[in-house]
Write a protein that binds this ligand. Structure first.
Ligand SMILES: Nc1nc2c(ncn2[C@@H]2O[C@@H]3COP(=O)(O)O[C@H]4[C@@H](O)[C@H](n5cnc6c(=O)[nH]c(N)nc65)O[C@@H]4COP(=O)(O)O[C@H]3[C@H]2O)c(=O)[nH]1
Length: 893
């Protein structure tokens, strides 16, 4: 419908005059009228088409004249403003139309305001477009075009829907931008687990160019079936239960093949009816944190393994796997520095090709030995980015080429004291240097590996020390039982023997005491290594301590002669001279043997019986070997009983002193007596000091016994003097144990005081070896005693190793030549040489010299000839009782 202001037809002119003219005129009129009608019809057709076009366009149109009266409007205009078309007749004023719109609720403002606005727009000559939010909530876009005659045409379009759509579109765009900014993954899925919304990060890590490429996909399109199935189950659970899954750790492999750890949250989505229509998921990459966790946990686990003394290979293997879990395309390796300090041995390399690790196992270190050998040689990291180019790998290129390793970064593993323990290397298949994270990991790994290796070395050392003797390196008592048990088990099974050899060096103590501990140690080491050379690798040589050794001869034939042969070899090896500094030492051994199964079934019994046999060898004069016999044990028992009885002997007054005179060789005058102790045992009779003094020494009983001797000897000497005998010296033996007692001098003072004997009539005999144990202390004690007026003599002189320079400093009055030199004096040239040397030495040092154990005239003659001053021995008198001395002196002097 189009409303028009004018549509009237043209009117015909009136004609009068001539007929022809009239006819012509009539015809012309007809023609004109026809033409006019045709024109009108054409115009009417055009107008109709125009009307139809105007009525059918989607915009509302209205056309006003300069007098603000409506000339034309279309149906859409009436629709937009909800005005009945019939009420929109041409000729209506703008004011009337506005009133109708206000009435229809389709005006943007009140009528006056609208008219004012319209007029101000009309006054302008330029077109204007604006949107009006009309009262019923719609948005109308108005386009106003002024006309040159003062009228105007305006189009009106309802853009409510469009605006709403644009808002939605705008919202969509900003929401996508927003979720694309989310640093992690964000997605929405429908109830079938199909992606509905995803952010850019998720799309691109899933290998999709646009986020829209993801829409409609499921996890089965992105992940391996098992992983996709796992995700689906989780999501179905969220959808079915309505319970969100919060911050669960999930491991995924992205489109590039890189594995990553995610912390994922999946929350169900509800519509207004509270029905679940999907879920929203967010996930952020926690790979770095997870790796740090793995590293921290791994480190803790490895340190725990180290603390629990797990095998080193296991610790290093675990360490390498930990390193590899932190990096991609890296293979870790640890090589350990060999004991010789010049080769590298396989430590751990779980991911390197086995043939390659075998090939480099045992490689020597050096200035051009790949990365590892060079790093240890230089004691600094060696980073080789391309093994095929670097000159350090020249000699190993062929070897490594087969396996495709291209870069190798090696760092020496150091102990906390800076010693090289091994080398840690990272291999990769690409030509490159370490990244920052890799360098950090290298530092971490070398530190942990260092702790593990150092700990292992310390444990090995502790284990070795626990089972070996430090001085000789031989197994010790702890290992002995184990080895002996094994040997016994073997012998049991194969019906063989085990021989246990107990060895005690005879004169070791003397060497130690006289030449010092260093010499003693040297002697022990030499003897130990000689014994090891005498036996087979399957036999065990053990140092029990001191000068005691045990040899376990494994898998022995059941033949005593063969065993004796081995023992003779061992004896000879021990007895061969040992050269220490300027000394040529000879040492012998007392050896006891017990055989399994004859002499005992258990290691303990075998050892005890071999020990008993060794004691028997000692009793029999040392330097021999004895096979165990059952009666040896009864001897040991006897010794034990003796010890117990010795403890009571003092209280029971079972001790007595005998005295042996000492005479001047030339005048034959008795000038002194030596007090010699005897034990009057209630059942055994008189027990020799040779039997019980060593036991008294061992038990410490020598101190009270020695005290008693001192008091008794002083008392007796004073008694003799009081009885009118000519004053003489009484000599008292002082043992090493007594001499070491702090208050020896005080005890001597007491004995003198108690007895009233003058100090000059008391002489203490100390042995040479006793003085040599601690020369300084001995000289200091001797000086104190000398200051009291007590004399000192050196007993058993010649058997020790006193140096001349030391001897000069001793405040000693006499040297006593040991009776072992006097025994064979008549026949043995050596003894003669020693005896005359001691006599002349004494003279030079202004000391008197007495020979003890003199029994024969020949000995007396030799001593006289060599200007010896004094003698003591059976030749003159055996040790006798105090009464006998009295008689003897009365008789002789
Ligand atoms: N074959 C032989 N032997 C002779 C001869 N002349 C003396 N003897 C013995 O030689 C030993 C000398 O004493 P000694 O060397 O100090 O050796 C002493 C001494 O080291 C120690 N001893 C004895 N009494 C005591 C004591 O009261 N205290 C300490 N600590 N030791 C003592 O016991 C050792 C042995 O004492 P005895 O059995 O009394 O043996 C004595 C004595 O009887 C001889 O011509 N031929």
């Amino acid at each position: 419908m189009v409303t028009k202001s004018s549509r009237r037809p043209a009117e015909a002119p009136e004609s009068t005059g001539l007929a022809a003219l009239t006819k012509l005129a009539a015809v012309s009129h007809e023609i004109l009228e026809r033409e006019l009608r045709a024109t009108i019809a054409a115009l009417e057709g055009q107008a109709l088409r125009f009307e139809m076009v105007i009525d059918n366009i989607s915009q509302g149109i209205c056309f006003f004249g300069a007098d603000e009266r409506l000339i034309l409007s279309n149906r859409r205009y009436a629709e937009i403003y909800r005005i009945v078309p019939e009420q929109l007749q041409p000729g209506l004023t703008l004011g009337e139309i506005v009133e109708r719109r206000v009435a229809a609720g389709t005006s943007a403002m009140a009528a006056d305001a609208y008219l004012a606005l319209a007029r101000s727009v009309n006054s302008s000559t330029t077109s204007r477009i604006w949107t009006a939010n009309i009262a019923d909530g719609r948005t109308i876009q108005v386009c106003h075009q002024p006309m040159p005659d003062g009228g105007w045409v305006s189009t009106h379009e309802d853009i409510t829907e469009f605006t709403a759509n644009r808002l939605i579109a705008d919202e969509r765009i900003s929401l996508q931008t927003l979720i694309d900014w989310v640093p992690g993954y964000l997605w929405v899925k429908d109830t079938e687990s199909r992606f509905v919304v995803v952010n850019k990060a998720l799309a691109s890590d899933s290998g999709r160019e646009k986020t829209s490429d993801m829409i409609g996909l499921t996890d089965f399109d992105l992940h391996a079936p098992e992983l996709a199935q796992k995700f689906r189950l989780i999501e179905q659970n969220v959808l079915n239960s309505g319970q969100p899954m919060i911050d669960e750790e999930e491991f995924v492999v992205d489109a590039s093949g890189a594995g990553k750890w995610l912390s994922s949250t999946k929350v169900p989505l509800h519509n207004v009816q509270n029905e679940i229509f999907g879920l929203v998921g967010i996930a952020h990459d926690i790979t770095v944190r997870k790796q740090a966790d793995v590293l921290r946990d791994g480190q803790a686990h490895i340190l725990e393994m180290i603390a629990m003394s797990a095998p080193l290979e296991d610790v290093l293997d675990r360490l390498m796997r930990l390193v590899e879990s932190q990096l991609t395309g890296i293979f870790g390796s640890v090589l350990l520095l060999d004991k010789d300090g010049s080769h590298l041995r396989h430590g751990a390399a779980p991911s390197l090709v086995k043939d390659y690790t075998n090939a480099i196992d045992g490689i020597a270190i050096g200035p051009k030995v790949g990365s590892c050998g060079t790093a240890v040689y230089r004691r600094e990291p060696v980073i080789v980015t391309d093994v095929m180019q670097d000159p350090l790998w020249e000699d190993y290129r062929e070897l490594v080429a087969v396996y495709g390793y291209r870069s190798c970064w090696s760092t020496p593993i150091l102990s906390h004291q800076g010693a090289v323990l091994g080398v840690f290397a990272m291999y990769s298949m690409t030509v490159r240097g370490p990244a920052e994270a890799e360098t950090r990991l290298i530092d971490f790994t070398t530190r942990i590996a260092g702790i593990a290796i150092e700990r292992k070395l310390a444990e090995d050392q502790i284990h070795f020390m626990a089972n070996h003797d430090v001085l000789t390196g031989l197994p010790n008592r702890a290992l002995l039982e184990d080895r002996l048990s094994q040997a016994v088990l073997y012998a049991q099974r194969y019906d063989r023997w085990v021989t246990v050899v107990f060895i005690d060096l005879d004169n070791f103590k003397l060497v130690n005491d006289t030449l010092g501990h260093n010499a003693g140690d040297e002697l022990l080491k030499t003897v130990a290594s000689r014994m090891v050379e005498c036996v087979r690798a399957t036999d065990t040589v053990v140092r029990l301590g001191g000068d005691e050794f045990v040899i376990v001869l494994f898998d022995q034939p059941t033949n005593v002669d063969r065993i004796s042969e081995t023992l003779q070899t061992i004896r000879a090896a021990i007895a061969a001279p040992v050269h220490i500094e300027e000394h040529h030492l000879r040492t012998t051994a007392s050896i006891g043997i017990a055989n399994y199964p004859k002499d005992g079934a258990s290691p303990k019994t075998l050892l005890a019986n071999a020990d008993a046999a060794m004691y028997r060898a000692k009793e029999l004069g040392r330097d021999n070997f004895q096979f165990y016999a059952p009666e040896f044990n009864s001897r040991a028992h006897e010794k034990f009983v003796l010890q117990e009885e010795l403890r009571n002997a003092l209280a029971r007054s079972e001790f007595a002193l005998l005295y042996q005179p000492q005479v001047d060789l030339r005048s034959g005058r008795v000038f002194a007596v030596e007090a010699l102790i005897r034990w009057n045992h209630p059942t055994l009779g008189v027990v020799s000091p040779m039997t019980f003094i060593p036991t008294a020494e061992e038990t410490g009983l020598i101190v009270p016994i020695g005290d008693w001797v001192l008091h008794e000897a002083c008392r007796q000497n004073k008694a003799w003097q009081d009885a009118g005998l000519p004053p003489m010296t009484v000599c008292v033996n002082v043992s090493a144990r007594q001499f070491r007692e702090r208050n020896l001098v005080g005890r001597v003072v007491n004995a003198l005081k108690d007895s009233g004997l003058e100090a000059r009539y008391l002489e203490l005999e100390v042995t040479e070896s006793l003085i040599m144990q601690d020369i300084e202390l001995a000289v200091a004690t001797m000086n104190e005693l000398q200051a009291l007026g007590v004399q000192i003599s050196i007993d058993d002189f010649g058997t020790g190793y006193s140096s001349l320079s030391a001897l000069k400093t001793f405040p000693v009055a006499r040297l006593k030549i040991d009776k072992s030199f006097i025994n064979d004096l008549a026949a043995d040239e050596n003894d003669q040489a020693v005896t005359s040397a001691v006599i002349s030495l004494g003279q030079k040092l202004n000391m008197r010299v007495i020979a003890e154990g003199v029994e024969t005239d020949d000995q007396v003659a030799f001593l006289l000839k060599n200007n010896c001053d004094e003698m003591q021995g059976f030749h003159f008198s055996r040790p006798v009782s105090a009464q006998d001395i009295e008689k003897l002196l009365n008789h002789k002097n």
